[in-house]
Structure formats: C-alpha cells, structure tokens
Write a protein that binds this ligand. Sequence first.
Ligand code: NAD
Length: 479
Amino acid sequence: MKILTNYIDGELLPTDNHLDVFNPAEGTVYAKAPRSGEHEVNCAVEAATRAFVKWSRLSASERGEYLLRIAQKIEEHSEALAMAETTDNGKPLWLSKAVDIPRAAANFRFFATAIQHFASESHSSETVTNYTLRRPIGVVGCISPWNLPLYLFTWKIAPALAAGNCVVAKPSEITPVTAFMLSEICCEVGLPKGVLNIVHGYGGEVGACMTAHPKIPVISFTGGTKTGAQIAQTAAPLFKKISLELGGKNPNVIFGDCNFERMINETVRSSFANQGQICLCGSRIFVEESIYDKFLEHFIAKTRQLKIGDPLKPETKQGAVVSHEHMQKVLSYFDIAKEEGGKIVCGGKAFQGEGRCEGGWFIEPTIITDLGPHCRTNQQEIFGPVVTVTPFTSDEEALTWANCTPYGLSATVWTENLTRAHRFARDLQAGIVWINCWLVRDLRTPFGGVKQSGVGREGGWEALRFFTQTKNVSIYQGE
Ligand code: NAD
C-alpha cells in the first residue's frame, strides 16, 4: 500500500490520519493520502510566508532555473508518473504518456521562459516618467480537480512560482498520487524550503481552510461550478483575488459543408476523450439536418469501435471513470434522459471489465438523440462519456441552442464557410472557440470560460498578470 505524505516547508511529513485512494480500473484501495486540516494548512502558510521574502527577490531567471530542473525531473520520471496517473485516475496509459505527463513538464518549461519576457510598461512625458511594476503577491493557494491531475495542478503552480509567489497547493483527494510524486521531485531538485507546499485532504476541510485563510490573498481554483460559487462567497469579504475555471456543457456545431471525414474523427475524440471527463468535451452535438442521418450512422459506428477496459492495454480507448460515486452519477442521467423522451442509440449502461478489472468502474460511450435543448440532460454537466445529438435547420437556431445553457467554456464549429465561421466565433458565448478542430492548445493563449464556466483566464500573459499585482511608479524630472 502506497502511503503519501504532505510536503510542507521542504519536508515530506507523514501523518496519522489518512483517506483512501482508489484504483478505479479495479475498484480497490491502493494508497492512503493524508487527511489534513487547519493545522497543516497553517503550517504550510507560515512556511510559504517565510520563504516568500527570498524567493520573490530571486531574479526571474534564477527562479526559472528551478522550474526547468523540475521539468527535467518530470521527464526523467515520466514512465512512473504516467503509470501513477493511470492507476489513480483510470485513464488509458497511452493518454497519460502522450498528454498528461508531457504537459506537466511543458507547464514548468513554458512559464520558466515566459516570465523572462514579461516586461514592465513605461509611459513618459516631458516632466514625468511612469513605469509599471508587476510584483509577486505573496502566498498563493492553488486547488485542482481529478480529471487531469498533474497537468492542471502544475498549470497553476508553475506560473505562480515563476512570478515570484510561494504556493500552498491542494490536489484532488481522489487523485493525489502524482502531486505527491511532484513533492518528491521538488526535494530532489533542492527547491528552497517553503516555496511550494502541498497539503492533501478533502475539499471541505483543506480547501475550505485555504479559501478562508487571511494570509492567502490569491486563490486559483479549477473544479465544479458549485464549489467555485462557495469559494467566491468565502473569498469576497476577504477581498481575495480569485480565478475560477469551472464546468462546461460545450456545444459542437456541425454544418453540412464541413470536411466530414475530419469532423467525424475529431467529434469522436471531443465526445469521449478521457471518458468524457474533460471540461472541454463537446457534450451537446448540433448537426445540420441535411447531414443528420449520415452523421448519426458514422458517429455510432465509430463510437462502437472504441475499445473499453483495462487502461494499461495499448488498444484501450475508454478506461475507467474516476470513482464509483461518479459512475453512479453518470449512469443516473440515462434514466433522466429516457424520462425526458430521449432515445439511447449507442451505449447507455455500465461496462463489465475482465480479469483484474472485474470490479472496475466502466461506462459504455453513450449517444442520446431526440431531446430538446432545454431538458436537464442538455443543461447539466454530466462529465462522463455521454453526448446528445440534435438536428438543426438554420444558423440562427444552431446559435441559439449552442448558447442556451448557463455555461460558456468552449465551443466547436465545423464549416468550410469562412464568413459563417467568423460569425459563430464572434457570437458564441464561450471563452474558447475551435473552428474545424478541437482541443488545440497553445500555452501562450488565454484559457477560461464565461457565464457559470468561470471568472478570469489562465495561460500565457493572463496567468502571469493574475499571479502578480501592478504598481505604478511616477518620477518627476522637471525643473
Ligand atoms: P470539485 O469542485 O468537486 O473539486 C475540485 C477541487 O476543489 C478538489 O481539489 C476538491 O477537493 C476541492 N474542493 C471541494 N470543495 C471545496 C471547498 N468547499 N472549498 C475549497 N476547495 C474545495 O470538482 P471535481 O469533481 O474535482 O472536478 C470536476 C469539475 O471540474 C467539473 O465540473 C469540470 O468541468 C471542472 N473542470 C474545469 C476545468 C476548467 O479549466 N474550466 C478543468 C477541469 C475540470
């Protein structure tokens, strides 16, 4: 049994109080993580506060050196990290190897370099020169979810550290193992003590303490919309700076004039990648009526080919969903959809694993038709391998339906008509729009949602602006 520890003030600290960590492909407990509370959060904040003075005064390139060393160690340990991510989360091993772990290293590399180019501005007149400093803020709280564990954890930590802050970070209690391995890496590279502190535990305990802590003026959060609202409520009277990356119910709008072959392959990916557990998955598919039947036939056929089961097998395209509770939640939507008049045309039930995966939590990739855009199935985030398909007859109808949920994270449009593509890009209520592609990410570009999908942006300069505070200095040089 793997026993994890907190990482506070440069030390890996064992605890007596633990919570269970499950392997979702087997349905078994395989690790124990610390169940921390207020005491551990306080220790982490004190350590980060002490470390801040020195860390924030290092030059950007000196801090960058540490980040680059962490990136290199992530790459050196990539096999073990990928295996841990898959064991913890249930996602196919090839996906952890190809995406999750390389991206965690890339996060550190990217911000180690970006910070060198994050310049101050200056504005001069005859008598006064102004320059604007961007200063680190202090102790930053980072809270992340379970769907892309190390990928999203490091997406927050790397820019916060690069900008000169010290960090208290909490990974999801459901997938804490790679965060623990990151703390081992930080020890290995000799990151100065207190600069990064990783405190494990439940959201309502550790996360809530962090959000309410008077010495953490900044909270960067990725997770569910409900949790985001709780964080905003706690943070408001304390005047904290917050960034909230929340849920989505993203539309995928497909026109008859698209490149069908490319669209169908990418739509299978955008529907079911990571078992549909990516906030950016296109869970509501709207298809122009003229190609609706052809679309459905090809989409169902390709979805049926997705191999479900043991995440360690290279041919597996659908691994396990993250927990038993989450599986029950996703499955409950099949009944809701049926009650709402929906027709399940593919999947629609749990999948029975074999061998070591007999007790695992698997769901067949599921396609539902015949639902209106305003029903629960089409309005609430399911966050599993489930999509709905709805025909539309005009651009206006497609746009209205695409925009008709409380969410606004991402949207995809498939069309060869340039004017229409730009019009949709302009009018879709989403923070990210993909035209003729899906989940193409450039780390320099802003990432985040509108409406109930979030507040603020991550990525590139946006992240570095968030993790710094601006100060204007005016120098009088007249007579
Ligand atoms: P969650 O909100 O349950 O948990 C996220 C994190 O918040 C966890 O670390 C959890 O322990 C912590 N937490 C829970 N309650 C808390 C509280 N009261 N105070 C402080 N912290 C608390 O979300 P989840 O189930 O882990 O993740 C799935 C959700 O994340 C989905 O809604 C998904 O769309 C969203 N998500 C969004 C993005 C994005 O970039 N917009 C990316 C990935 C996932």
